[in-house]
Design a protein around this ligand. Sequence first.
Ligand SMILES: [Ca+2]
Length: 192
Amino acid sequence: MIRMRAWLIFAVAAACTAGCSVGNQERKYRQFFGQTAQALAPGYSLPPESDYGPLWAIVESPGWRTRDGSGQTKAEMWTSGDFNGDAVDDFVYILVANSDGARALYAFLSTADGYEATQLTAGFGEHMGLATDAPGTYATAASRGIGIESPDNALAFEAVYQAVHFFQFEGAASSFVWNEETQSFDRFWTSD
Ligand SMILES: [Ca+2]
């Protein structure tokens, strides 16, 4: 009996480790959106709850196990990391326009005075996801002969800081990489 109870406690604790970690992640992104991001992107909201549907529910499915800059598994519609290299976390969200439901990708970057919003792209369909790329050198789609060109026909690019990975499951993918010189993001395609 004692052994059974120990197993039960272990099982509950294990379930909570997975479930609670997801809960904490979700809370972090919802909190930042409510307290900071929402006011910087007027007219936009988080995607509808239905977007948390099967894909988010099966987040342990490897294809959708997207991770943020701290290595934590999280939902596809948001990610975080230090994208502009000031050692403060930045946040990126897929948002939906209140007026017509069009989707837009927004980055909220840390500055000396708080955060500022930048729209990275807009007008894409559903089922796009976000993850965080580690710093490093990456090959572009063009380097593999795939007909989608990156800026300056680059065959490779270097992410000095973490970068925003924006992708469709088994489809198009690009990375938004901070350019220190222009103080903005360059977009490199890694898959079409
Ligand atoms: Ca930052």
